[in-house]
Unconditional design. Structure first.
Ligand code: 0O2
Length: 226
């Protein structure tokens, strides 16, 4: 944590020194709520994957990972947006405190699995950003969905937001490397490097489309043989 980050977290927790323990307890309790929401959604994907792989003989989901945003990243994001850093602001203004990444085999698996989740009656879809149909300027592709899921505690039911990022293995490969290079070096923003990265993203998207085409041809041949 650098000095500026330390100051942001200090501002978040200790403006009112008398209440610091109460604040920390409330913050921890909010984070428990997010981690329970993540568990609920992960289980839903695991169930879908098990069922779909039994029916189709292949796994539509390659891997699922999750994270809870670190306190310093939460405080930084609120500050960046000019929002007073309060507990209320975390749950009302941030959609990505709880995050899940679902890596699928093929592009059509993304839409199928996302749609199956969206149709579950305890899930409310709050927002969709389809960076597959409309990639970001730098070439980033992924399907983002913000959902609300109820988390049942001993005396309350709390609707909690989770950000889900759906990607193919290929999109994930590009995004992970792009993120690590951008994170480490300012020079990753140079126009020539940005253009090369974008070109890689396009090659990857074309390969994703060809792989889907190959799978469909194999499926068609297999159903002709039956
Ligand atoms: P981290 O460390 O991944 O959590 P919103 O949250 O909807 O209010 P935001 O943050 O602009 O606004 O949302 P958006 O566009 O849906 O993107 C959120 C996340 O998508 C990012 O989280 C990244 O994980 C991923 N992402 C978006 N654009 C890119 C990109 O160009 N490259 C890569 N590699 N990932 C991207 P964070 O907040 O950056 O952090």
């Amino acid at each position: 944590m650098d000095r500026e980050q330390k100051e942001i977290v200090q501002e978040f927790f200790s403006n009112d020194a008398e209440n610091i323990f109460e604040k920390i307890e409330k913050f921890s309790s909010l984070m428990i709520r997010y981690s329970c929401a993540v568990r609920e959604i992960r289980t839903k994907f695991e169930v879908l994957n098990e069922e779909l792989s039994f029916r189709a003989g292949r796994n539509p989901i390659e891997s699922i990972s999750s994270r809870i945003k670190k306190p310093v990243s939460i405080a930084e994001k609120l500050k960046r947006r000019g929002i007073e850093p309060t507990l209320e602001a975390i749950s009302s203004s941030l959609n990505d405190v709880a995050g899940i990444r679902v890596v699928c085999s093929f592009i059509d698996d993304i839409y199928r699995v996302a749609d199956m989740l969206a149709k579950q009656d305890d899930i409310t879809v709050v927002q969709i950003k389809d960076y597959i149909k409309k990639p970001k300027q730098n070439g980033y592709r992924s399907y983002h969905m913000i959902v609300e899921v109820p988390v049942f505690f001993s005396e309350s039911k709390l609707l909690t937001r989770v950000e889900i990022q759906f990607r193919t293995v290929a999109m994930d490969f590009w995004a992970s490397l792009e993120h690590s290079m951008k994170y480490k070096k300012q020079s990753a923003d140079r126009p020539d490097i940005a253009a090369e990265l974008k070109s890689c993203a396009e090659t990857i998207a074309a390969t994703d489309a060809r792989m889907l085409g190959i799978r469909k041809r194999i499926e068609a041949l297999e159903s002709e043989e039956k």
